[in-house]
Each structure stands twice: as structure tokens, then as C-alpha cells.
Design a protein around this ligand. Sequence first.
Ligand SMILES: [Zn+2]
Ligand SMILES: [Zn+2]
Length: 316
Amino acid sequence: MSIDIDDDESSDILVRFPAAVRFIDSGLHPYGAAHEAKTGGDDTTATSTSSPKSGVYVHCAMGKSRSVSCVVAYLLYKYPHRFGGKQFIESPASTQRRRITAGEAVSSALQCVREARPGAEPNPGFMRQLELWWEMGCPADDDGVVERHPIYQKWLYDGMLQEARDMRMAPDAGQIRFEDEVRAREKEQDDETVTRTNGKEVRCKKCRRTLATPGFLLSHTPTGQAANSGCAHIFVDTLSWMRTALEDGALDGRLVCPNSKCSATVGRFAWQGLQCTCKQWVVPAFSLNRSRVDEVSSQPVGSSAIRMPPGRNGSL
Ligand SMILES: [Zn+2]
Ligand SMILES: [Zn+2]
């Protein structure tokens, strides 16, 4: 198997992992998983059921970045439990249990490779892609499975935005990703139970039109809130009601209330980012001006306290 790719931070190696890990696996376990299952094999006995002639040689020019990335991707895929997969660990800093982060999983898999090859060091772009690979659960059922994954699509989109920023340009109108539409499509596809986020929803001060429900508020403060008491901005995802303003192609501009009878200025956007009054930069920035909106506690579904006008469910 040959993968034609440059050792460049911006090269997309992620999309090649499914084919690469399946190839490595078929080289190491030529009798297949079925045989290993029959002989009672699991991960620990897999080595003993492999034929002495089985093996796979993974190489690139230096044996440092590209080949190591493929081997690390394989380890994460094949032995997720060794790197904390689907397990919780005790956090030393608190009594709260937390999941292993993707960064921790990737660096401990890399550590394994370094035991045999001390110079192993994927470039930073590949390290980031390995983390995404872990976050999406190392899917390898077919060659296109990464390409279809929402995490991958978001990563590609962020890369495109970065390129546009570097050229000091707004992204092309047709390429803008409206997060509420994306999430609605994802929900249709995987039929997952809708997780409703509790918290404040943001409404236009003048007409009370809902501008952002809690799931679309972005945290930008060290404590993970959408805004602290001193912040003049509430940052939100790119939402479909901003379409007219954003598809105009400007680098920055005003955001107006989507209620055509209101059209009050409620905030602004800046593809190059904005600095909040708390000094934190948010890039790109879709900001609702705190003095132009109301933050209203949104009630969980089924709460008797919720009273919505007929024909409105209060969500975007
Ligand atoms: Zn309004
Ligand atoms: Zn702030």
C-alpha cells in the first residue's frame, strides 16, 4: 500500500487512516479476527495467534512523522482501552472523574512508538489530526468513513476559514457553514436523542425574537461561560439568520435582528475576529451586543413554567 502525501502540517493524512489501519491490521493478523475469536484470542493473545511470518513494514522517508502517524493511528484504533478509551480516570486536580483527553491518548500512544523508535515525532498538524481521529472514535469500517464524519467536516471548514483569514478575505458565500442547519441535518441522520442544553437563551431586546438558544452560545471566558458580568459581547455560532449579512462577502459588519418588522442592530461579525472587553480574542467572531439583547433562562422541555405563544417553540 502506498500513500502519496507530503510531510506538511496542512496535509490531510486523517482521511487516509481508515485504509492504513486496516492494511496494517491485515498484515499483523492475516488469519483475521474470526480466527482469533475462535481460538479465544483477545488483544493479549492476538500476538500469539499471529503467524511468525505475519508482519507489516510501515515506512516513510525519515521514519519520523508520516509513518509514525499511521502507526499511532493504528494503536489508537486497535487498542483504545490501553490509552484510556471509553474509560474514566480520576483527575488529580479534582474529585471529579473525567475522560482522558484526546491529547493524552495520542501522546501515550506516541510514547509506545518511541520505546522502539525514539525519534518518532509527527509534525504538529498530524498530531492534531491524530487527536481528531481519537475524538471521532477511530472509525475504519470503510475508506470514506472519516470523510463523512462531522468532526472531519468541521475541521476542513475551520482550515478553509483559516486560509481565507490569511488572505484577509471573507469565505465564499456558498461555503459558509450555518451551525443550526448543520446540527439539524446531523440529527436527521443519526437519530440520536436530542440533548437539550439548559442555560440562557438570547433574545432581541426590542422584539424578543430568539437569536440564539443555549447550545449555540460559545464560551470564551476561562471559566467556560458565554460571557462574564463584565463582557460586552456574547459570542455565538454562525447561525442561518445571519445569512444575508454574511453572504454579502464583507470581512466584518453589522448583525441585525432577523425579524423584518424589527431589524434592530443586535451585534456584529468579524471573520478576522474580535476582542471582547475581557481582552479575550474570538476568531471568527459573531457577537451579540449585550446591551441590545436579553438573556432569558430557557426552561427544560415539559416544564410547566414554559409558556410559548402558539406556533412557536422557542428554539431555532
Ligand atoms: Zn428584534
Ligand atoms: Zn469577554
